[in-house]
Write a protein that binds this ligand. Structure first.
Ligand code: SF4
Length: 277
């Protein structure tokens, strides 16, 4: 089987930065180390961090020693304030691209604008962004959400950084056509743009696409949807252990990509397995 790997497969800048910050903290700092929420949506990476003694905090404790790391998705500002009050050393690994969206929202919120976030409800990044926009904020995930939307006065539209370009264009145009007084900021990050563009062009060269990444990783699932929209058969997997090899063996040319939180060592194993077919 001929396997073509996408150039942008795997860790993006923000995830790498958060992962490196955590490992550096493990190696250079004594005491307890925890991340507030899972650092990224990849079980293999989380297992490595657990082996290194990194805990995951689901709640903010009243008091805590050691270090707490804020993940790449960012957190609402009141959560950061509470983390700082615990007494722990707080390292903020929010991705700079996510911070840029937080800054845009904050700037317009101070001028009394409403914020519409195009993204996945309950995704950690979106919950963090909502914290900067509250109380005047709406999350739009699909066309049905627009039907029930009601906005008066000035507003902005921003995007979760890992949204699909085409969905963002479509949903933001629909919102603007209903409420023309809005400003649109396409805040999908470059890494996401490139990764999705590469999938679209790979789909034209291969017979099937394999997308590697955590089941809970929204950007990984979105890569699968982008390939599906191109009419390409898609095989999602987390590691080389859960690939549908029987179904894949009917193809001669297969493309491979991976979500922004998929580590290189997992990608390499999948490639090796596919090449052995
Ligand atoms: S996908 Fe983009 S915004 Fe999200 S962590 Fe990676 S580089 Fe940052």
């Amino acid at each position: 089987m001929k396997v073509i790997l996408a150039e942008k497969a795997g860790f993006c800048m923000g995830v790498r930065r958060a992962f490196d910050t955590t490992l550096e903290t493990v190696h250079n700092t004594g005491g307890k180390i925890a991340t507030y929420g899972p650092l990224i949506h990849n079980p293999q990476v989380l297992a490595v961090l657990k082996e290194q003694g990194v805990e995951i905090l689901d709640e903010i404790p009243a008091k805590r020693s050691g270090t707490i790391i804020i993940r790449a998705h960012g957190v609402p500002p009141d959560h950061k304030a509470k983390l700082l009050k615990t007494g722990a050393d707080v390292k903020d690994a929010t991705c700079p691209r996510v911070m840029k969206v937080q800054v845009i929202i904050q700037k317009y919120r101070e001028q009394n604008y409403t914020t519409i976030i195009i993204g996945d409800k309950n995704h950690a990044e979106v919950l963090g962004l909502m914290g900067y926009a509250e109380p005047k904020v709406h999350v739009v995930s699909n066309a049905d959400d627009i039907d029930s939307l009601s906005v008066s006065g000035s507003y902005i539209i921003v995007s979760q950084t890992t949204q699909d370009d085409q969905s963002f264009e479509q949903l933001s145009s629909e919102i603007i056509s209903r409420f023309p007084q809005g400003k649109v900021f396409n805040t999908i990050c470059d890494s996401t743009h490139k990764r999705q563009d590469e999938v679209r062009s790979l789909c034209k060269q291969v017979q099937a696409m394999v997308v590697i990444g955590g089941k809970g990783s929204a950007n990984t699932q979105r890569l699968g949807q982008v390939a599906e929209k191109m009419g390409c058969p898609v095989f999602m997997c987390e590691t080389n252990q859960d690939i549908d090899l029987k179904a894949l063996s009917q193809y001669e040319r297969v493309g491979v990509t991976a979500g922004a939180s998929t580590p290189e060592w997992v990608i390499k194993k999948v490639i090796k397995t596919l090449e052995s077919l």
